[in-house]
Design a protein around this ligand. Sequence first.
Ligand SMILES: [Mg+2]
Ligand SMILES: [Zn+2]
Length: 184
Amino acid sequence: MLVTKHKLKAVFFDRDGVLNHLVQRDGSFYSPQNFDDFHIVNEAKEAVDIIKEMGFLTIVVSNQPDISRGKLKQSELDQMTDMIFKNLCVDDVFYCIHDDENDTGCRKPAPGLFITAQKKYNIDFNKSYMIGDTWKDVEAAKSVGIPMILLDKDYNQTIKDIKRVNNLKELILLITSDSIHEKS
Ligand SMILES: [Mg+2]
Ligand SMILES: [Zn+2]
């Protein structure tokens, strides 16, 4: 009898603007550059817990170009990552620390972070989801066939023809109903 290797399903989370708040400065939004500015959103823990109970891996995929730009210290990023693991109990966190000019295919919209996670966990992209807040998340997920859900924000209204949720509670409802996969 042929033994088929069981593939896992995952919910991929962008980090900044999804799991933690952005930092607002002069009317614009930025990724936190200090651990003191790193604040996890209220409903994130419950959302991750429920998604794990539903049998998904929970994986963070995040661009952190401020490392390459010298605006974010590795030690500050490490503290943020520790907090994510401690407070949210996600299964894994994958970062791209490059900027456009020195990237090696992992900086979203490139799909490298998803590919790395897939190799490590044998993930079925078609049965998975990506939740993010920018066009880079959308394009990265699209390029490897992961159904994309956009967290609705004032700053992402120019992105068209995309499934949106207002918060992580709505994300749970959407995943529970599995309306995206049924359509495809
Ligand atoms: Mg983001
Ligand atoms: Zn990279």
